[in-house]
Design a protein. Structure first.
Length: 277
């Protein structure tokens, strides 16, 4: 093994035009070219080729063609059920790790290679590589660019067009250039909450709160002021009932069994308690 090839994965400066590196790289790129010539209907052929091309290829991995990679995906390690849309570009001069169930939008670039800032070194075409780690069950939106050395935690969503220059923690939504954390992912992002938020209201508002408590969803009347309370003695129950129905439908759509929907009133507040399994 040449001295330059040994530095592919160490983060040290090396010359990518090294003869041994170029010879090996050409073999991988020819194989990738063959993959990109396959028809969409040739799913079995694509699956077989991916298992041969990628450094690791979990079950159910699917990459839409065209797919681009400096080393033909040889340094890419994909967990199971990873999906990548059209024009994924992996600058895989060193290793790229992508966790199970991660989804990648179109025109995403994952780069591991960089070049010196010092002009004299860059003029000599020196390069260095740093691995990228993308967690389990992430979603990278269309046009995302991930820079060398970045780690993205499990379940995180990276918004379309973001440029990720630094590590992003797990369980967050992050967007922008440079990419920054906007908020944590929480119960408010689940389908039940979304269904209740979208429920229509007889007052053209949504006068309820949503809470999760001991495996139950409790939809409360928000009670925003005495004037509204007088109007809502009747309308509140209708609105909360509409919200409850939307929650029940969403629960059933997610495969849950709704056990009961119980109206509760304490003289000040009307609520419906939904139990499910």
């Amino acid at each position: 093994m040449s001295e330059m090839k040994e530095k592919l994965h160490t983060g040290e400066l090396y010359l990518p035009g090294d003869e041994e590196i170029m010879k090996e790289q050409m073999v991988y790129q020819d194989r990738l070219c063959d993959y990109n010539m396959t028809k969409p209907s040739e799913t079995e052929k694509r699956t077989k080729m991916l298992k041969e091309m990628l450094g690791d290829c979990g079950e159910g991995v699917y990459i839409e063609a065209p797919f681009y990679a400096n080393f033909g995906g040889h340094h890419c390690h994909f967990g199971k059920m990873v999906y990548a849309n059209y024009h994924l570009t992996c600058v895989d001069d060193t290793h790229i790790y992508i966790g199970d169930y991660t989804m990648i939008g179109p025109n995403v670039t994952i780069a591991t290679a960089g070049h010196p800032i010092l002009p004299e070194l860059r003029e000599q075409v020196y390069q260095f590589n740093m691995p990228v780690h993308i967690g389990r069950n992430c979603w990278l939106g269309a046009g995302v660019i991930i820079m060398p050395g970045v780690t993205i935690g499990d379940n995180t969503v990276i918004g379309a067009g973001s440029v990720v220059t630094k590590d992003i923690p797990a369980n967050v939504v992050a967007v922008g250039n440079p990419c920054r954390v906007m908020r944590e992912i929480s119960e408010h992002d689940n389908p039940i909450t979304q269904a209740v938020r979208l429920a229509p209201s007889s007052l053209n508002s949504q006068p309820w709160n949503l809470a999760f408590k001991n495996g139950k969803i409790i939809i409360h009347d928000a009670g925003r002021g005495m004037k509204r309370i007088i109007l809502k003695n009747k309308l509140n129950k209708i609105d909360v009932g509409i919200a409850a129905r939307h929650a029940v439908l969403a629960l059933e759509n997610e495969g849950n069994k709704v056990l009961s929907a119980t109206p509760i009133t304490d003289g000040k507040e009307f609520s419906i308690e939904i139990s499910y399994s």
